[in-house]
Ligand binder design. Structure first.
Ligand code: FAS
Length: 391
């Protein structure tokens, strides 16, 4: 098979990239290791920056988002005895949208199928070849066990944290920056209406807690746990008791709705960034290039920003101008490092270490961010995001 752009991965990055490329008049082929149902069944992220919603609006992909998504002007930040609302819009930022990644992936997947996109699911043994040449190609084994080869002008690795494209870059060509956090997150979904009209970030002496939501009937929570903790040690009762204690300390009038926990897991918090995001005819986008801790809700938004820049760059290249393709890696990484900094500083302000001195530093940081106009403006900009642009 022959195409302009061969995309590895049918997660949000790969699906959105192929949609945006088609609007640039560029054909692509997607290969995906899993089944379509498996990809659509992954929950994960749930918060979209305004800049991401702008991209989906402009691409004609946001009808369900505006119908079923929840627009939030800001968040609550709290600690024992104090609960403050940070209004991003009042502070010069923009609203954020609560809309589950699985919903967004379904919207993207439906649009690709409707457009007759060439997509191959359940493809194994994907390998990249000749990315240094002007005629790179992919090989793999399709769902029927047949060997496939896809010749392309460009290969884009949208294959996530565990993908193969990043590692096809010679060690000598890449730099990997990694930070593992001294804590993990226990994340769980519950079939209960949200206990808050906005997301709550709660500092608590025993550990951080977060209340977010996916819809008017599904709530999502995260609890700071020890990195060596195991989900088998967390009964549903223990999870709800801990959640109530940590989230209830900021506001005595607050009530936690409890109910059936439908999914729970423990996720290590890490940041890993691989540079460059382009080498010759290979480009990386989304989690294939970078993962950041979900504290700042940036992972999915970075994937959207990467492919928005990349589609513009490949469109310009098709018209004879390779300058944006040459600028892609630096421009994408500038945004990635700003998101990594925010994820790090916001995680550091909220996750307790057991050291009383750290406690006081964190509380002073949260007090400043939620009471000072400049602190709030900074938080609003970091949360609601900046426009997606080169440079
Ligand atoms: P994805 O990982 O979504 O997609 C990559 C695709 O490539 C997958 O479908 C995979 O099957 C496929 N693939 C892998 N190897 C392949 C191969 N060899 N051949 C072919 N296909 C291959 N982000 C937030 O903003 N907020 C959150 O709250 C949040 N929570 C998260 C919770 C969890 C448990 C995880 C793991 C991530 C979370 N994230 C969160 C980050 C997450 O949403 C990612 O940023 C997002 O999925 C990135 O999308 P992609 O880059 O498309 O990668």
């Amino acid at each position: 098979m022959k195409t302009r752009v061969a995309i590895i991965g049918a997660g949000p990055a790969g699906l959105l990239l192929s949609h945006l490329l088609e609007r640039e008049g560029i054909e692509s082929i997607i290969v995906e290791a899993q089944s379509s149902d498996f990809v659509l069944g992954r929950f994960r992220a749930g918060l979209l920056e305004a800049a991401s919603v702008d991209v989906l609006d402009e691409a004609g992909l946001s009808e369900r988002l505006h119908r079923d998504g929840l627009e939030h002007r800001g968040v609550y930040v709290q600690w024992p005895g104090t609960k403050r609302a940070v209004d991003f819009v009042e502070r010069g930022g923009r609203p954020v949208w609560v809309y589950g990644q699985s919903e967004l992936t379904r919207d993207l997947s439906d649009a690709r199928f409707a457009a007759g996109q060439q997509m191959y699911y359940n493809v194994s043994d994907v390998a990249l070849h000749d990315v240094d040449s002007s005629a790179p190609f992919l090989t793999g084994v399709d769902a029927t066990g047949r060997s496939i080869r896809i010749d392309a002008d460009v290969i884009v690795g949208c294959d996530g944290f565990a993908g193969v494209s990043r590692d096809s870059l010679a060690q000598s060509l890449r730099a990997v920056y990694e930070r593992r956090y001294p804590h993990s997150w226990l994340g769980f979904f519950a079939d209960v209406p949200p206990s808050s009209d906005q997301i709550i970030f709660a500092w608590h002496p025993e550990g951080f807690a977060m209340h977010t939501m996916r819809s008017a009937s599904i709530s999502r929570f995260h609890l700071q746990v020890d990195p060596h903790d195991h989900i088998s040690a967390w009964s549903d009762d223990r999870i709800w008791e801990t959640t109530a204690r940590r989230l209830g300390s900021g506001d005595n009038d607050w009530t936690l709705h409890t109910g059936p926990i439908t999914e729970k897991s423990i996720l290590p918090l890490r940041c890993r960034i691989t540079t460059p995001m382009r080498h010759a005819r290979l480009f990386l986008a989304g989690d294939a290039a970078h993962v950041v801790p979900p504290t700042g809700a940036k992972g999915l938004n970075l994937a959207i920003a990467d492919v928005t820049l990349l589609a513009r760059a490949l469109g310009a290249w098709k018209r004879g101008d390779e300058s944006l393709a040459n600028a892609y890696s630096d421009s994408a990484l500038r945004r990635v490092w700003r998101a990594a900094e925010f994820s790090w500083s916001w995680s550091s302000a909220l996750h307790t270490t057991g050291d009383p001195f750290d406690d006081q530093l964190q509380l002073a940081q949260l007090d400043w961010l939620t009471s000072s106009p400049t602190g709030g403006a900074g938080l609003a900009e970091k949360f609601s995001g900046v426009p997606i642009a080169f440079g």
